[in-house]
Design a protein around this ligand. Structure first.
Ligand SMILES: Nc1ncnc2c1ncn2[C@@H]1O[C@H](COP(=O)(O)OP(=O)(O)OP(=O)(O)O)[C@@H](O)[C@H]1O
Length: 226
C-alpha cells in the first residue's frame, strides 16, 4: 500500500478535556487509485488529511507512506518525506499574484534547491497534462477559477509525489468546472499512479472515483459497493 492509516486516533485540547477528531481511523490506498472521503462539516476530514500529510502527529496509530512508518522519523526526515513523496492540493489555489502559471510550478523546484530553468520542461509538461499549455505565460488574475485550480493541481505534482492529498478542490467552482477538475484529478491519479485521497462534503462529482469512504464524528466507514 502506498498510503496506510492504521487505527489512527487524533485528539485536540477542548476546555478541560480532549475532543476526538479521528477515532481509530484505518484506510489503505494503493497507488493509482482515488479514495474520496466525504462527511459533514466538523466530521474530521481536514484532520485526516493533515495526519496523512504528516503535518500532525496522531495520538496513536500508524501512518505509513510508501512502506515507511512515519512515527520513527525525525522532523528533518519527515520534511524530506513530504517534499519527495507527498503532494497537497489545498482548497484555495493560493497562487503568487506576480508569477505566471509556469513560474508557479518552477518556484517549487527553487524551494527544493533545484534550478527553475532545469525544471521548465517538467513544468510545461504538467501544464500540458492539466490542459493549460497555452496559458503558461498568464498570471493568476488572467486565469479563471477553474484554471487557477488546475495550476494548483499541476504544482502539487511537480516533485512527482506518490501520495496526492486533495482538500475540497471544487468548493470555489461552478458545477461544470467542478466536474472537470474532479475528472482531471481522477485521470491524473490513474495516469501518474498516485495514491490519492480527496476530502469533500459534496458528493456531486464523485461518480468516477474508485471508492467513497464516509467520516462521521471522526469515525471512518467504507460502505460496501454493490
Ligand atoms: N486545532 C484544533 N483545535 C481544537 N479542535 C479542533 C482543531 N481543529 C479541528 N478541531 C475540531 O475537530 C473536529 C474535526 O475538525 P476537522 O476540521 O477535521 O473537520 P472537517 O470535516 O474538515 O470540517 P470542515 O468540512 O468544516 O472543514 C471538529 O469538531 C473541530 O471543531
Amino acid at each position: 500500500m502506498t498510503l496506510e492509516l492504521d487505527r489512527v486516533t487524533l485528539t485536540y485540547p477542548d476546555g478541560d478535556g480532549r475532543l476526538t477528531a479521528l477515532d481509530e481511523v484505518s484506510l489503505a490506498v494503493p497507488k493509482g487509485s482515488l479514495t474520496a472521503v466525504v462527511g459533514p462539516s466538523g466530521s474530521g476530514k481536514s484532520s485526516l488529511l493533515a495526519v496523512a500529510a504528516t503535518l500532525i502527529t496522531p495520538d496513536s496509530g500508524r501512518v505509513v507512506i510508501d512502506g515507511t512508518d512515519t512515527a520513527g522519523l525525525r522532523p528533518a526526515e519527515l520534511t524530506a518525506l513530504r517534499r519527495t513523496r507527498i503532494g497537497i492540493v489545498f482548497q484555495q489555489a493560493n497562487l503568487l499574484p506576480s508569477l505566471t502559471a509556469v513560474e508557479q510550478l518552477q518556484v517549487m523546484a527553487h524551494l527544493d534547491g533545484r534550478s527553475p530553468r532545469t525544471a521548465l520542461p517538467r513544468a510545461l509538461e504538467l501544464l500540458d497534462a492539466v490542459g493549460l499549455r497555452d496559458q503558461a505565460a498568464r498570471r493568476p488574475h488572467q486565469l479563471s477559477g477553474g484554471q487557477r485550480q488546475r495550476v494548483n493541481i499541476a504544482r502539487a505534482l511537480m516533485h512527482d509525489p506518490t501520495v496526492l492529498l486533495v482538500d475540497e478542490p471544487t468548493s470555489a467552482l461552478d458545477h461544470e468546472r467542478g466536474a472537470a477538475v474532479l475528472d482531471l484529478i481522477t485521470d491524473l491519479t490513474h495516469r501518474r499512479a498516485t495514491a490519492t485521497v480527496l476530502v469533500t462534503h459534496d458528493r456531486t462529482h464523485l461518480t468516477a472515483v474508485d471508492r467513497i469512504a464516509e467520516v462521521h464524528d471522526g469515525r471512518l466507514t467504507i460502505p460496501a459497493t454493490v
